[in-house]
Design a protein around this ligand. Structure first.
Ligand SMILES: [Zn+2]
Length: 248
């Protein structure tokens, strides 16, 4: 990223260029019959500050067995490693598991651990281990599928090959769960065309990001981002080719 253009963004958002400490927010959708969790977080093995999903759900009066569906945006560690409990069994043992077919096929492929590069090889090993635990029960879907009443999958590749976003509608209200396709509230919003090292295919990720911003602003719908601040819920304001995240 051009340092001279990056500097004012770092200043504006009070960021340190050496390290970012983003929030990790799981989205929960309840419509009276289904209790749907989007991603499961990393569990306690990934970073010391993570692994609070059971307590967080308990705060809402939800036990792990109350979750009816677990829907994946993608299979990165902070999104899927929390799938297993300390006995290596699925934590949400009553839930149906759902993942985009392209994402599933990518991480299931035994060649991926060799082709993905050293920096992400552990991602591949960790994803496969979680996926093996749900292999017999997982439901795979594709772009445009209404996977549950009011929830439509939207292909949003780049961050990972099969990353999925989800449009959720209930009555006149709508929200777009974007996962990591819009990965932060600073550089990704201010400079959506800049390539990010956290995206596996950064060029495709730029196209996806622009598509999502277009949709979020033209349809004026709520955005729910995994690594966005304030719990991850907000609105997107457009200013030319640049955007602003407004916490809901
Ligand atoms: Zn993430």
């Amino acid at each position: 990223m051009p340092k001279d253009e990056l500097a004012p963004i770092l200043t504006e958002f009070d960021l340190w260029s050496e390290r970012l400490t983003p929030e990790c927010n799981l989205a929960l959708f309840r419509d009276g019959s289904n209790t749907v969790l989007f991603d499961v977080g990393s569990g306690p093995d990934f970073i010391p500050t993570a692994g609070t999903i059971v307590d967080s759900l308990d705060g809402l009066g939800i036990a792990p067995e109350d979750v009816t569906h677990v829907v994946s945006t993608h299979a990165h560690p902070d999104h899927i490693w929390g799938l297993l409990d300390e006995f290596d069994d699925p934590l949400f043992y009553e839930a149906a598991y759902m993942m985009g077919r392209t994402e599933w096929d990518y991480w299931w492929n035994p060649e991926t651990v060799n082709s993905i590069g050293d920096a992400r090889a552990a991602f591949a090993v960790g994803a496969k281990r979680r996926m093996e635990a749900i292999e017999d029960a997982v439901m795979l879907f594709k772009d445009g599928d209404e996977i549950l009443p009011g929830i439509v999958a939207l292909a949003s590749p780049g961050h990972t090959p099969g990353h999925m976003a989800f449009e959720v509608r209930q009555g006149s209200q709508a929200a777009l769960i974007v996962g990591d396709a819009i990965g932060n509230h600073h550089v990704a919003f201010r400079k959506p065309s800049w390539k990010s090292g956290s995206d596996q295919d950064a060029t495709t990720a730029v196209e996806t990001r622009k598509m999502l911003f277009d949709r979020l602003t033209s349809e004026k719908i709520l955005v729910i981002g995994f690594h966005l601040p304030g719990g991850g819920l907000g609105w997107v304001d457009r200013n030319g080719d640049s955007y602003r995240f407004v916490e809901a």
